[in-house]
Every structure is written in structure tokens, then in C-alpha cells.
Design a protein around this ligand. Structure first.
Ligand SMILES: Nc1nc2c(c(=O)[nH]1)N[C@H]1C(S)=C(S)[C@@H](COP(=O)(O)OP(=O)(O)OC[C@H]3O[C@@H](n4cnc5c(=O)[nH]c(N)nc54)[C@H](O)[C@@H]3O)O[C@H]1N2
Ligand SMILES: Nc1nc2c(c(=O)[nH]1)N[C@H]1C(S)=C(S)[C@@H](COP(=O)(O)OP(=O)(O)OC[C@H]3O[C@@H](n4cnc5c(=O)[nH]c(N)nc54)[C@H](O)[C@@H]3O)O[C@H]1N2
Ligand code: SF4
Ligand SMILES: [Mo]
Length: 718
């Protein structure tokens, strides 16, 4: 094989890479592309290590009589899975089989998994880890703007802006190459970061390059209401834009009137002067004032909240009041997280959606998709349970008895993870498809080894809504098989209707037909076209004539709502689901570090990343540490009403003294999701990962680690 041009396996920035096969593996180089300009972060540079992880799964494993996972043949494993699925379905009905997908799957796999769930298994119960990630931003954008595309403009547009408001995003660690796009606004003092920590990103706003607002965790909605208050009261709001391009401003103005800056300061702890300064800085950058442009961007820090949808709607309300969305060089966007977080939610992995971003309860959508699938629309199940509810219902009388997991490590990444572990253990059948023995795979009844990233063809849709080609650079190890192949094998064993292509380009063609006329229309695209014209943006409908050029910028003429206008959505603050109290007086916030990705299943297997960031830690302010007799490096326990986590203390003044921070990339005793809250947003189903109440104490001994050390596949085979 020769050098191929592809994109990074990890986050939604989808930095461009070239991969060159070498005798011992693959070498990685950055490749020029508008988003990364040739740069990669440390995860990107080292990404090829995961291809040859020492415990890479290379044979199906089935839990045998001994209780251990034992190697078996594909034929035996697939026969067994089909047999057990048929038995569960016969006894408990089709919805008793559930599917959990991932935002790292290619578009082709996301599409085929949604189809497999609906017509091969006949279950309504499919959802995915994107529910933990983009669901609040998606729900808010749909309500207000009529469509959910993370950034409805090219990332490079940020470069010309005078001001950028970043709410709950730590871009400098989560998408390092993207920081270069903030250089223009920083040079003008226009970067504003809202984060309870002095994150690496908040530090970019130092030294006259911008402002840092450091609110009490979970009070972002109040901060935004305060910014709206100042924009309406002291102005100037963009009245011409509001009149011609929006509806619903009156209720929003009325609610914001109650949040004058001094009141916001009382609740959120952000000085009133700083709120005024921020609102005026944004207004001055807005096109209506002759500024060179302003952007408002949200990340998980504000979205992973039980009022995440409302908070994003408040951010969009502010953008609308300033006249930003649809103006070239300004706008609102949500920074999509996973590699294919965008495409993953467009093609039918979400419990309420069909391909093309169609809604599963829309009769016209069902009829269209049924015609592509070759089935009767009545056979397509309705809405299933969203992720947190789905996981909570596993193994219960009225819940699923079997679960297939494709591309998530929920034992580490789901909120209230001990409870999720209990629910997984209550299943009659857990099947995990993965490339490595993740913590979730280690507890499965059947583990199926699949292909990853550089071993297969496909497409990914980036944070900008560009469809990017992922290309095969090396052969997979013997024994690992493609998920497209295994769904066909299972579909045949289950006597499923429909056709089950295993060639990704044919699956893409089918996906494109299924998406035709939907909100995310890919019907003008194919692998061949994307090879010839890399990085086209959706919507890109089939035309019958000259090919559609794709749509880098949405909303320039109108919004895809019934009346073509954006909607102000009236939202008010209700506080987080769990507030601090006398027996849990400290806020716990969670997030990421540069070197590790998500549950760590991949990056904890990369030597360079592990040596740079070997273990979990608790960030704690020296004042709080002192209060509890905690010195740097001491083990600290954090206890919530759901569980306990222990990790060494890292003393730093970058967190508020009333707040501790932990990353979520590790399993076992240091898994912060043992403690996090599984309360959800009523609109999006997003869990409240970012904020909960804990007690802090010095721990004398580490909790016994979980029995993580089940044998690796290699050991099992030895
Ligand atoms: N290195 C690395 N990069 C990644 C990933 C990864 O795992 N590791 N994952 C990818 C994915 S899937 C995603 S979703 C993105 C996530 O990207 P980000 O949203 O940037 O990541 P987080 O670190 O989860 O959260 C961002 C910030 O929110 C802050 N925060 C916590 N609570 C609050 C609050 O109440 N209010 C406010 N305003 N801020 C708060 C945290 O202190 C943190 O600095 O990153 C992507 N890129
Ligand atoms: N406390 C706390 N918890 C969080 C968050 C937080 O900020 N705080 N963030 C949440 C967010 S935003 C996200 S996105 C989730 C993510 O959390 P997870 O869903 O657990 O994400 P990953 O660790 O990426 O898990 C992906 C798994 O799929 C495997 N894999 C990779 N490629 C493939 C493939 O092609 N097919 C299959 N079948 N498997 C593959 C990987 O090896 C890995 O085991 O975590 C959430 N959890
Ligand atoms: S920023 Fe994201 S896409 Fe780029 S190299 Fe790092 S992990 Fe990969
Ligand atoms: Mo995410």
C-alpha cells in the first residue's frame, strides 16, 4: 500500500493527515487543510499506535462456562448472537433488544446501524453516545434556527472576527490546532471565555487579549440572561435584524429584564462591570455597529446540564439580539465533539431520528425511508428511549434484556457509572463490538473485534458540516472484521428484509438516497465526487443538472423554519438539578485533558500519551486543600449521593475555591462518573455531567480498584 490522504481518528476538527505504511506500522504526518493548517495535536501525531495496540482484539470472544471470555470463531460467535437475540425477541418482544452506537462511527456505519436496529432487529431502542455530547446544542438549534449543523459557517470565518464569546469550551486542549483561528480576535482584545476554571483556553484571554468570566458552575444561563439584559437595556440590539429576520423577541426581552447585572453577580459571582464590558464588546464587534464580526460558540461546559437546551437557546437569543446568525463573518455555533458527532446524529442512530435528519414520528419521513429500505413504513418502529433512560432500563421487567454496543465505552463515560455497570450486569446478553478490550467489552458476554479508522473506507462529517473521506491505509489484523460485514451476517441469520451492502461506497449511495429531501441532504454526493472535490458541505442535494456546490454558510438568505425566520426562545433559569448543600458543599466539574480522548479506551493504550498524562487527578484550590489538610499529591476522595471517586490532588489556583475539577478519561476507582449526576435535560435527554455536589476529603488509602484486569485477548489466546 502507498501513502494515503485521510483525517484523524479522534475529534470533530478532523485534522487532515497523511498515513504512510512502514514495515512496523504506519507513520503519520499533518496535511494542509483549512481547519488544521497542517497542524495536529499530540493525539493526532500518535494516533497510529492504536492500530497496533498490544491488546488489540483479533478474535471473537465468548464468555464460557469458566466465566472467562474465551476465543471462538466468527461463525460460532455470530450464530450464538443470532440465536440469543431471537430467543430474547420471542420471549420479550422486539424492543427487548437495544442498540447503543457511537459518534466515532463513519456515516456509512451510523446509517447501517440505524437501519439494522429498525428493520433487522425491529427495535425502537437505539440511541448513542452523542446523546451525552451534542443533544442539547442540537435541540436548541432545531428549536431556534430550524436546523442543527454544529458550525453553520466555515471555521476559518472566525479569523476575521473582532470578538468571539466561547462558553464552556476548552478549545486549547480539546482542539488545539483550532486556536490559530482565534488569533485575529485576540489581537483586538476580543476573546471572551466563560469557564469556572482558568482553563488553557481561558488563559488565552490574558494580557489584554480578552476577558475571562469565571462563574459559579451551572450558572451560565444566568450569565447569558444578564448579557441579554445589558444588550436590550443599554444596547444596542440590532433592531432592524430582529424585525426582519426573527420572531418572539418580546417574551425574551421581558425575561431578561429581570436579570440586571448586579442580580446576576449575586447568583453567578461574575462582576456586574465585567458583564457590561462583555456585552458592549460583543455589540461593538457586531456588523450593525460596523464591527468586523462577532461569534458566539458553545461547548460541553454549558451544554452538559439539566438546563443545557435552555442555556444554548439563551446563547442563540443573544446572537439573534446582536444580529449575528446568517451574516457572513458573524454567527452562532456549537463546537461538535466526536470525530463524526455531526454525521452520527444525521443518519439514524438517535432514538427519535431517521436518516437525513428526519424525525421518526413524521409519516412522510417514514414513507420515504421505508421506500429506500424496501419495507412497509408500518414496520419501522417509533421513538425509542434516549441514552440515559435506555441504560437505566436495561434488564428491568419492561426494559431491554439484550444490548449491542458499537463504539462507546459506557462503563466509564456514562453518568452515575456504577449504576450503569449494575444495569449492564443485569442483562441477559451484552454484545460489544470494539477494537480493544474496553472496560465495557471486558464485562460483555460476546466481544466482536472490528476494524478501525485506517483499516477501512468511509466518510466523516466534521464540526463544520463538511463530508470528509476516510481512507484505508493498512490491512486489519487477521480476525478483525468490518461492522458492515457483521451486520449483513446477522441480518441474514435473523431473516431480515432489505439489502445489506458491505462496500462503504454503496452504503453511502443508499444513505444519500435516504437523506434526499431531508434536513441533512447528502443526495448530491458520492465517494467518487468527494474524492474529486474534497470537503464539500451539506446540504448538497442531487440536482439532475449542474452539481450542487454544497453549502458552506447556512442562513444567509433565510432560516429553514416554517416562516423563514429564526425564533427567539423564551427561557429562564431553574438552577442545576443538584445544588451544593451543607452535606455536599463543593461543586464538582468534569472535562478533558489534551492527551486523552473520552473514556481513554484508545489513548490509554498509547505510550507517549500515557507518559505525558499517566493518571487521573483532582484539581483543587490551595485554600480548599488547606481546609481539609490536603497536600499536593495526596489522595483525595470526592463523594456524591451516587458514589465515591479517589485520585491524587493537584493544587492549583485555576479552579474556584468552591469547586474541584476532574477529567473523566480513566476507569476503576478514579472514574469520576461514579460520582456524576444522571439527571437529564427534559428536552434533549442530556445528562448533567458538568455540575454536581460533593464532599471533599483526604483519603488515606485508595479504594480497591475494580476487577479491571480480566485477561486481555492476547492472554486469552496464549
Ligand atoms: N483532548 C481531548 N479532546 C477532545 C475530546 C477528548 O476527550 N479529549 N473529546 C472530544 C469531544 S467528544 C468533545 S464533546 C469535545 C469537548 O470539548 P470541550 O467542550 O472543550 O471540553 P470539556 O473539557 O468537556 O469542557 C470544556 C470546559 O467546560 C468547563 N466547565 C465545566 N463546568 C462548567 C460550567 O458550569 N460552566 C461553564 N461555562 N464551563 C464549565 C470545564 O472547566 C472545561 O474547561 O472535545 C473533543 N476533543
Ligand atoms: N464526566 C463526564 N463524562 C462524560 C463527558 C464529560 O465531559 N464528563 N463527556 C461525554 C461526551 S461529550 C462523550 S462524546 C462521551 C464519549 O464517551 P464514549 O462513548 O465512551 O467514547 P469513547 O471512549 O470514544 O468510546 C468509543 C469506543 O469505541 C471504540 N471504537 C473506536 N472505533 C470504533 C469503530 O469503528 N467501531 C466500534 N464498534 N468501536 C470503535 C473505542 O475503542 C472505544 O472503546 O463521554 C461522555 N462522558
Ligand atoms: S485536534 Fe482532534 S482531529 Fe486534530 S489531531 Fe487532535 S484529536 Fe485529531
Ligand atoms: Mo462529545
Amino acid at each position: 500500500m502507498t501513502t494515503v490522504a485521510t483525517h484523524c481518528p479522534y475529534c470533530a476538527l478532523q485534522c487532515a493527515q497523511t498515513l504512510t505504511p512502514e514495515p512496523t506500522g504506519v507513520s503519520v504526518a499533518g496535511r494542509d487543510f483549512p481547519t488544521n493548517r497542517g497542524g495536529l495535536c499530540q493525539k493526532g501525531w500518535t494516533s497510529a499506535s492504536v492500530l497496533r495496540a498490544p491488546d488489540r482484539l483479533t478474535t471473537p470472544l465468548v464468555r464460557g462456562a469458566s466465566g472467562e471470555l474465551e476465543p471462538t470463531s466468527w461463525e460460532t460467535a455470530l450464530d450464538l448472537v443470532a440465536l440469543r437475540l431471537r430467543a430474547v425477541r420471542a420471549q420479550h418482544g422486539a424492543d427487548a433488544v437495544a442498540v447503543f452506537g457511537g459518534g466515532g462511527l463513519t456515516n456509512e456505519k451510523a446509517y447501517q446501524l440505524g437501519k439494522f436496529a429498525r428493520i433487522a432487529l425491529g427495535t425502537a431502542n437505539i440511541d448513542y453516545n452523542g446523546r451525552f455530547c451534542m443533544s442539547s446544542a442540537a435541540a436548541a438549534a432545531n428549536r431556534s434556527l430550524g436546523v442543527d449543523r454544529g458550525l453553520p459557517f466555515p471555521l476559518t470565518d472566525l479569523g476575521g472576527a473582532q470578538a468571539v464569546l466561547l462558553l464552556g469550551s476548552n478549545l486549547a486542549e480539546t482542539m488545539p490546532p483550532a486556536v490559530s483561528h482565534l488569533a485575529g480576535c485576540r489581537a483586538q482584545g476580543g476573546l471572551v471565555v466563560v469557564d469556572p476554571r482558568v482553563s488553557a483556553t481561558a488563559a488565552l484571554a490574558d494580557n489584554g487579549q480578552g476577558l475571562h468570566l469565571q462563574p459559579v458552575p451551572g450558572t451560565d444561563l444566568v450569565v447569558l440572561l444578564g448579557l441579554l439584559h445589558v444588550t436590550f437595556a443599554e444596547g444596542p440590539a440590532d433592531t432592524a435584524y430582529i424585525a426582519s429576520r426573527t420572531t418572539g423577541v418580546d417574551d425574551v426581552r421581558r425575561l431578561a429584564a429581570a436579570w440586571w447585572p448586579e442580580r446576576v453577580e449575586q447568583v453567578a459571582g461574575v462582576p456586574a462591570t465585567l458583564l457590561r464590558e462583555t456585552a458592549h464588546l460583543l455589540a461593538a464587534a457586531s456588523p450593525s455597529r460596523g464591527g468586523s464580526g462577532a461569534f458566539i460558540l458553545t461547548g460541553r461546559g454549558v451544554e452538559q446540564s439539566s438546563q443545557g437546551t435552555a442555556t444554548v437557546n439563551a446563547a442563540i437569543n443573544l446572537a439573534l439580539a446582536l444580529g449575528l446568525p446568517g451574516r457572513v463573518g458573524s454567527g452562532y455555533g456549537a463546537i461538535t465533539g466526536q470525530g463524526n458527532g455531526q454525521g452520527g446524529r444525521e443518519h439514524g442512530q438517535k432514538s427519535d431520528q431517521l436518516p437525513g435528519y428526519r424525525m421518526v414520528d413524521d409519516p412522510a419521513a417514514r414513507a420515504h425511508v421505508a421506500s429506500v429500505w424496501g419495507v412497509d413504513p408500518a414496520t419501522i418502529p417509533g421513538k425509542g428511549k434516549p441514552a440515559v433512560e435506555l441504560l437505566d432500563s436495561l434488564g428491568r421487567d419492561d426494559g431491554p434484556r439484550a444490548l449491542l454496543v458499537h463504539g462507546a465505552n459506557v462503563r466509564v463515560s456514562a453518568p452515575n457509572a456504577n449504576h450503569v455497570g449494575d444495569r449492564l450486569d443485569a442483562l441477559e446478553l451484552l454484545v460489544v463490538c470494539d477494537v480493544v478490550p474496553s472496560e465495557t467489552a471486558q464485562r460483555a458476554d460476546v466481544v466482536l473485534p472490528v476494524l478501525q479508522w485506517a483499516e477501512e473506507e468511509g466518510t466523516m462529517t466534521s464540526l463544520e458540516g463538511r463530508i470528509l473521506r476516510r481512507r484505508r491505509a493498512i490491512d486489519a489484523p487477521d480476525g478483525a472484521r468490518s461492522e458492515l460485514w457483521l451486520w449483513r451476517e446477522l441480518a441474514e441469520r435473523l431473516d431480515a428484509p432489505g439489502t445489506w451492502d458491505t462496500d462503504a461506497s454503496l452504503v453511502f449511495d443508499e444513505l444519500a438516497r435516504a437523506s434526499a429531501g431531508g434536513r441533512a441532504d447528502y443526495s448530491g454526493l458520492s465517494h467518487d465526487r468527494l474524492d474529486a472535490e474534497p470537503g464539500l458541505y451539506w446540504p448538497c442535494p442531487a440536482t439532475g443538472g449542474d452539481p450542487h456546490p454544497g453549502t458552506p454558510r447556512l442562513f444567509v438568505d433565510d432560516f429553514p423554519t416554517a416562516d423563514g425566520r429564526a425564533r427567539f426562545v423564551a427561557v429562564d433559569d431553574h438552577g442545576p438539578a443538584e445544588d451544593v448543600r451543607s452535606d455536599a458543599p463543593i461543586h464538582l466539574v468534569t472535562g478533558r485533558v489534551l492527551q486523552h480522548y473520552q473514556s481513554g479506551a484508545q489513548t490509554r493504550r498509547v505510550e507517549a500519551l500515557v507518559s505525558a498524562s499517566p493518571a487521573a487527578f483532582v484539581e483543587i484550590h490551595p485554600i480548599l486543600a488547606d481546609l481539609h489538610g490536603i497536600a499536593a499529591g495526596d489522595l483525595v476522595s470526592l463523594t456524591s449521593s451516587r458514589g465515591v471517586v479517589t485520585a491524587p490532588a493537584r493544587l492549583t489556583e485555576s479552579v474556584r475555591p468552591d469547586t474541584v475539577f476532574m477529567p473523566f478519561h480513566w476507569g476503576g476507582a478514579a472514574s469520576v462518573n461514579r460520582v456524576t449526576n444522571d439527571a437529564t435535560d427534559p428536552i434533549s435527554g442530556m445528562p448533567e455531567f458538568k455540575v454536581c455536589a460533593v464532599t471533599v476529603a483526604r483519603a488515606d488509602v485508595a479504594l480497591a480498584p475494580e476487577p479491571l484486569a480480566l485477561r486481555t485477548a492476547t492472554e486469552v489466546l496464549a
